[in-house]
Design a protein around this ligand. Structure first.
Ligand code: PMP
Length: 361
């Protein structure tokens, strides 16, 4: 088999071990003679698997007991609607959105349908023209919640410190950074993440919701997005994305095997440092984010001569480095180096970049 490293922003690569296990079990799960995909979600075998996956996620993230873990449909964008619909059932419709890039803006756009939602500037440009994070964003004291996206997948901006919202519940879109390092869940009201980057395949979305936020929904929230209903039914009010949930469970086991989020954190730092160091020391490539706020998951970069972009993409693909094209909004290149990307993949990318620069520099 040809060795390919996939730098796609999502759906992203999965750990090879996980896929090999899924392959072994594909048509005969646990000796039952059928695939996991063919099991009833209400049968005891599937229920056990589902509960174990939840427990493993709770262990990995150290999720306190007063938080529900919900396995939902609808991806990140489903949550863009679910958050205001579940939190703004009362009189107060105020919601502040910290804007740091495309995805936080998209969340705000959706929230406008249900909320008195306002944008709070979270990112600006520094003297060098690099993106940098606004240090102390101010929120309305009576906002019902503050939403932010600590890792902007397209711009490659990551906020490592939490915005200070006082007692206002903080809601975080962790789609592209969940499980990449330990976090203190107790600081959040809600976190959510589409699965297709660090959790498993697309089709599954995980929301972690503090208990006291389960009783504030609008009466017209669709059942499929209703946190309380989902929690009361152990995420099985309707048929959940069973295969994606199973695969997520395998990813959680893999994370536990390799040493949990502390080990992942170290490896992710090492990978990101390796790539940014190379970029910073090459006149051929550049990254336009303040080093303090560079994403460890999504590394956008530009070639000094953009006329070479197409050639860079064609040659990198031929070298087994897949999906390096930047988002159409940002242009240039982007290497997404989520949890499943091994250090060897990043090293292979850097040696390709170096050869390319020598050839064309
Ligand atoms: N939030 C972030 C940070 C994302 O990166 C994405 C998708 N790339 C989304 C939300 C949207 O997720 P989905 O496609 O699952 O709706």
């Amino acid at each position: 088999m040809k060795k390919v490293y996939n730098f796609c922003a999502g759906p992203a690569m999965l750990p090879v071990e996980v896929m090999q296990q899924a392959q072994r079990e594909f048509i005969d799960f646990a000796g039952l003679g059928v695939s996991v995909m063919e099991l009833s979600h209400r049968g005891k075998e599937y229920m056990a698997l589902a509960a174990e996956a939840e427990q493993d996620l709770r262990d990995l993230l150290n999720i306190p007991d007063n938080y529900k873990v919900l396995f939902m449909h609808g991806g990140g964008r489903g949550q863009f609607a679910a958050v205001p619909m579940n939190l703004l059932g009362g009189e107060n419709k105020k919601a502040d959105y910290l804007i740091s890039g495309v995805w936080s803006k998209a969340a705000l756009t959706e929230a406008h349908k249900y909320a008195d939602a306002v944008a709070v500037e979270g990112v600006t440009k520094d003297a060098q023209g690099h993106f940098t994070v606004v240090e102390k964003p101010q929120f309305r004291a009576d906002a019902a919640y503050v939403h932010y996206c600590p890792n902007e997948t397209i711009e490659g901006i990551e906020m490592f410190d939490l915005p200070d919202t006082g007692d206002i519940p903080l809601v975080a879109d962790l789609s592209s950074t969940i499980l990449s390092r330990p976090i203190d869940i107790s600081k959040f009201g809600i976190i959510y993440a589409g699965a297709q980057k660090n959790i498993g395949p697309s089709g599954l979305c995980i929301a972690i919701v503090r208990d006291d936020l389960l009783n504030q929904a609008r009466a017209d929230v669709p059942a499929i997005l209703d946190y309380k209903l989902t929690a009361d039914n152990d995420s099985m009010f309707n048929t959940p994305p069973t295969y994606a949930w199973y695969l997520a469970g395998l990813v959680f086991k893999w994370l536990k095997r390799i040493g949990g989020l502390e080990a992942m954190d170290k490896l992710n730092q090492e990978k990101a440092d390796y790539l940014y160091n190379y970029i910073d020391n090459s006149p051929f490539y550049s990254n336009n984010v303040d080093p303090k706020y560079r994403s460890r998951m999504n590394v956008p970069f530009h070639l000094a001569n953009s006329a070479l972009d197409a050639e860079f993409l064609a040659e990198s693909k031929a070298a087994g480095l897949m999906a390096l094209k930047g988002h159409r909004i940002a242009g240039g290149m982007r290497a997404s180096i989520y949890n499943a990307m091994p250090l060897e993949g990043v090293k292979a990318l850097v040696s390709f970049m170096d050869e390319f620069a020598k050839k064309h520099g």
